[in-house]
Write a protein that binds this ligand. Structure first.
Ligand code: SF4
Length: 228
């Protein structure tokens, strides 16, 4: 598994914090929005391809060693593109995930995963990572139904994709779970290094990401179909 770590990101959305990118082989087949993924195009898409072609980056052990050297409480985002490492069965690689969680236990990091958390193996790996703390793993839901199902698992905070024209405030799942639209999408000069919502393991609200990037129309249509 190949991963690149930028020590101080110039990504406006994250702010100037360490940000990693993992090769695209890490993405699970069950991701419901892979064809509309914001990370596949533009500047980030080109960068992701270079990491995926192993032109930039390190192997997993070298990456974990660098994370281990972060100062205490370093705020960082694992994966502006890519997902957690995959094993030969297409599920989360428990050893690599545990190595990262251990290396990051003294930090304030966060990441997202599209691996199916209702699968017993994946559930146990994600739960184990969040028990260690440090690197908070968010579950990425592609539909409201999934968001509610994942919330009930009680192992991780949840994010969900929203249509690009969703209101900035007052969003809820059909059963009434509150959804906070990512403040970097609704407020000028807001970035992850100020917001830190995705780093809150025990938050009750779901973070909603409005469809963005050049494939946002296609993604919005897909979300609307799922809601129909
Ligand atoms: S909700 Fe906050 S921490 Fe999460 S992606 Fe948006 S700005 Fe960053």
């Amino acid at each position: 598994m190949w991963v690149h770590l930028t020590p101080i990101s110039s990504n406006k959305k994250t702010g100037a914090i360490p940000v990693s990118t993992t090769e695209n082989k890490s993405c699970p087949k069950e991701c419901g929005i892979s064809e509309e993924c914001y990370a596949g195009l533009g500047h980030l898409g080109m960068w992701w391809k270079k990491v995926s072609d192993h032109k930039y980056g390190d192997n997993w052990d070298a990456f974990c060693k660098r994370v281990k050297k972060f100062r205490k409480n370093t705020l960082w985002r694992h994966n502006q593109a890519g997902d957690l490492p995959q094993d030969e069965n297409g599920k989360l690689d428990s050893d690599k995930c545990e190595s990262l969680a251990d290396a990051a236990s003294h930090t304030d990091g966060w990441t997202y995963t599209h691996y199916d958390p209702t699968d017993e193996h994946n559930n146990s790996v994600i739960n184990g990572m969040n028990e260690i703390g440090g690197l908070v793993v968010n579950l990425s839901a592609d539909t409201m139904e999934q968001a509610e199902e994942y919330y009930e698992l009680g192992i991780a905070p949840i994010t969900v994709v929203l249509p690009e024209d969703a209101p900035n405030m007052g969003n809820k799942t059909p059963n009434g779970l509150p959804i906070v639209v990512c403040p970097a999408q609704t407020q000028e000069d807001m970035a992850c290094n100020i917001c830190e919502l995705c780093q809150k393991r025990d938050r009750k609200s779901i973070v909603g990401f409005k469809a963005h990037g050049s494939r946002r129309k296609k993604l919005s249509e897909k979300i609307a179909e799922n809601l129909a």
